[in-house]
Design a protein around this ligand. Structure first.
Ligand code: SF4
Length: 445
């Protein structure tokens, strides 16, 4: 049973030393009770109290680690229903399905596609992370397929079988990868639970309906298992979506421990329509899948999901920024045009992409506006004539280029007068408002 903030406060040292990052022990106790702080932040809690508080201070949704070749991925560990309340921490893993019924050529093609599927955006590498390896009734093939995936890719692995013996053979073949075992059911819970415990691996629990799922996870935690992943069994988008919301709400609100685990979702089993499958996957990336399994990994289906996931799992309270400075694009020389914009990462990403696509050699100046976009920075007084002028003088572009024409964003047209006064040797050109018009604009210069 979770403790209240006041109950936790009574057990703290009450010295208000602030070392935990909170102004008082009471504030720390309240944050601990709501899952917004960790007990380890207070170094003065006695061992006895630490044990008592362990339950109260445990995260409402347990972070579960699943291994990759290098390191591990964490799912779960979320503290809020909506990202604007705080942020979401651990992006869902995007998985491709491989079955023992697939031909070797198809399996090789999927592994090859997985290995090549990497996209760099805003300084981050986006990619799917997992393969779901499914047993279709042949234990030998199942273990061999799991081993092949482990040998030929760095993917996290989810092993899917109802058969405890088949699961044991496959899990032992790839146990160094720390795969997720899927799934314990009411029928095999003892065997699967014992196997997961013996090998120290995370285990998925699958049951139809909330009561059955709660009963199953209670049984598994009673066996000593801590790292569980939930499957509510629903295979229609409506029910599965509802289940995600109910499970998240139950875990965060009343701190219903049997649902305090991340979930796994299967858009691949909900439709035969590839486009619908992507839409369903997008639904679970938004709310609240811990793993999203697709029937296959193809760039045109995975890429939009990676971008969606990137957007949802960035901290809404911290703007994404790029380093201010001079960015040469398409090998510019001293006569190449010079553009300027803000260091909001998405602005940089879109503008630099359009310039690159134009093939026009260009200098792109990125000014520090604390991550604000052009219009917001202008409204906040951070992208105004004197500030931009000062940056252009100091950034070093005059050492690299003889050209003295500065192209400013169309949305910042209002600063052109002030900028001309600040940079009397420069010609100020107002660029397009829409980034998509940049290539035509540059070619016309
Ligand atoms: Fe209180 Fe511990 Fe925080 Fe110090 S570190 S203010 S003793 S809770």
């Amino acid at each position: 049973m979770a403790l209240t903030g006041i109950e936790i406060f009574k057990m703290l040292p009450k010295t208000n030393c602030k070392e935990c990052g909170f102004p008082t022990c009471l504030a720390f106790a309240m944050a601990l009770a709501s899952g917004k702080a960790e007990l380890a932040a207070c170094p003065y809690v006695s061992e006895e109290v630490r044990e008592k508080l362990a339950e109260a201070s445990a995260p409402p949704i347990r972070p579960v680690k699943i291994g990759m070749k290098e390191g591990e991925k964490v799912i779960g560990g979320e503290l809020v229903m909506f990202r604007h309340e705080k942020t979401f921490f651990n992006p869902p893993l995007i998985a491709g399905l491989l079955t023992t019924a697939m031909s070797d050529a198809d399996v090789d093609a999927q592994i090859d596609a997985f290995n090549k599927m990497q996209y760099e955006r805003v300084g981050l590498m986006l990619r799917p992370e997992m393969f779901a390896v499914k047993d279709m009734g042949d234990a030998g093939k199942f273990a061999a397929l799991a081993k092949k995936v482990a040998d030929k890719s760095d993917a996290a692995i989810m092993l899917m079988s109802d058969n405890v013996d088949a699961m044991k053979a496959a899990a032992e073949a790839v146990k160094d990868r720390k795969p997720l075992l899927y799934a314990a059911t009411a029928a095999n819970a003892d065997g699967m639970g014992a196997l997961a415990k013996e090998l120290g691996l995370p285990l998925a629990a699958k049951a139809d309906g909330y009561d059955a799922l709660a009963e199953l996870t209670t049984k598994l935690t009673g066996l000593g298992l801590k790292d569980l992943v939930l499957d509510s069994g629903a295979r229609t988008i409506k029910q599965a979506f509802q289940d995600q919301v109910v499970i998240r709400r139950a875990a965060l609100g009343p701190k219903f421990r049997p649902f305090g685990f991340p979930t796994v979702t299967f858009p691949c089993e909900m439709t035969d329509d590839p486009m619908k499958e992507v839409l369903y996957a997008a639904t679970f990336i938004s709310k609240y899948g811990g793993i999203v399994v697709l029937s296959s990994l193809e760039p045109h289906r995975v890429f939009p999901l990676l971008l969606q996931r990137l957007n949802i799992y960035t901290d809404p309270q911290k703007p994404m920024i790029v380093t201010p400075g001079i960015y040469p694009i398409n090998n510019p020389d001293e006569n190449s045009p010079i553009c300027i914009t803000t260091n909001f990462a998405l602005t940089y990403f879109i503008v630099s992409g359009e310039i690159e696509g134009s093939k026009v050699p260009t200098w792109l100046l990125i000014m520090d506006t604390e991550g604000l976009s052009v219009m917001t920075a202008w409204a906040a007084g951070k992208f105004v004539g004197d500030a931009v002028g000062m940056f252009v003088k100091k950034c070093g572009i005059t050492d690299k280029a003889k050209n003295r024409t500065l192209i400013i964003p169309g949305y910042a047209a209002a600063i052109s007068g002030d900028l001309e006064e600040e940079l009397p040797d420069w010609k100020i050109l107002i660029g397009p408002r829409e980034a998509s018009h940049i290539p035509a604009f540059l070619k016309a210069q």
